[in-house]
Ligand binder design. Structure first.
Ligand SMILES: C[S@@+](CC[C@H](N)C(=O)[O-])C[C@H]1O[C@@H](n2cnc3c(N)ncnc32)[C@H](O)[C@@H]1O
Length: 320
């Protein structure tokens, strides 16, 4: 394994890197929770028929795939293309295989997608994790923005939840925030007071464009949503990972809840936003080495970008 900047008793990390090159530097089983919110496959510039494989539970499929399992070939799965990635699924799949490797035996993956991708991702994760490791599909429902007139307006995202080991995974709903009963008159005052446990449908507003939480990062997710994920599926002191970190919502929440975190993003703007949001709570690493050998400091000393981010941070904190 390549040299790693992560240590079990080390600091929280924000890493400026392509996750494809960074994830292999992390050791097996290091993380109790992985939450990822990859870029959606929104390009839709082409469509094509492609051969896909799903796991054959009886083990008599016509191909052998990940973890030596047997796969049936499913012809005709529609593959959409993204503007940025020639094949979205071949972009995502190796990262999800890495997520499986990096999860501890009691660990959980939350994969945040939208209604266009989630069904393909479910098939893929069934193949990688095994169907028995599927825990939930969480629907995040919100009510914001324009409403389509020619179909039901789509106002939800989908979060697939898979556990590494269905016999050992950690899940504790005691700390999770509770909700008001829909018919409070039908329950006892004590129950009404305590509220009810959330189901797999989470009503939550998007990040308010004028609220305190807003970082300015376009795809920022609400802390309230991620708080549920972190409280239910990790304990204080556990390591949490987000390798499509954006504005660092996972890191912000994990830090507030006493968990350790690693946030990875390849976009300089994301790193700048995280510098402002998490600057004192994490050590920053990167940028990735350029072909001429410059940059690429992964030793904690920072490197060129880190220095420029220090100045951005100072500037943002009014120190310049
Ligand atoms: C939808 S955003 C994540 C938003 C995040 N959940 C938040 O609350 O701010 C997806 C992020 O993935 C990053 N990304 C895309 N491909 C990547 C890659 N190969 N390695 C690292 N980051 C990547 C993008 O730069 C973007 O910031």
């Amino acid at each position: 394994m390549a040299e790693t900047v992560w240590a079990p008793d080390g600091s929280n990390l924000v890493v400026h890197a392509d996750n494809a090159s960074f994830l292999p530097t992390l050791p097996d089983g290091a993380f109790t929770l992985i939450y990822v919110d990859p870029p959606f496959n929104t390009g839709r510039v082409q469509r094509r028929q492609e051969t896909r494989m799903v796991r054959n539970a009886d083990g008599d499929g016509d191909r052998v795939g990940f973890k030596g399992r047997s796969y049936d070939t499913i012809k005709g799965a529609l593959h959409s293309y993204d503007d940025a990635f020639s094949d979205y699924w071949s972009f995502l799949e190796p990262k999800l295989v890495e997520a499986w490797r990096l999860l501890a035996d009691d660990g959980t993956l939350y994969l945040h997608l939208d209604y266009r991708e989630v069904h393909y991702a479910k098939v893929m994760l069934d193949a990688i994790f095994g169907r028995e490791c599927f825990l939930n599909e969480i629907i995040w429902a919100y009510d914001y923005g324009a409403r389509a007139k020619n179909r039901w307006p789509t106002k939800h995202d989908n979060i697939l939840v898979y556990v590494k080991n269905p016999a050992k995974y950690h899940f504790d709903n005691e700390e999770v925030d509770r909700e008001p009963y829909m018919a409070p008159g039908l329950v006892t005052p004590a129950k009404r007071e305590r509220g009810k446990l959330p189901t797999d449908v989470w009503w939550h507003t998007i990040v308010s464009p004028t609220g305190r939480e807003k970082t300015g990062y376009p795809t920022q997710k609400p802390e309230g949503l991620i708080r549920r994920v972190v409280t239910a599926s990790s304990r204080k002191g556990d390591w949490c990972l987000d390798f499509f970190a954006g504005s660092g919502t996972l890191g912000a929440v994990a830090g507030k809840l006493g968990r350790k975190f690693v946030c990875v993003d390849q976009n300089e703007q994301a790193i700048e936003v995280m510098r402002k949001r998490l600057g004192t709570k994490a050590v920053f690493h990167g940028p990735p080495a350029s072909p001429d050998g410059s940059g690429g400091s992964l030793d904690g000393s920072g490197g060129a970008l880190n220095e420029s981010l220090h100045s951005v941070g100072d500037h943002l904190h009014g120190n310049s």
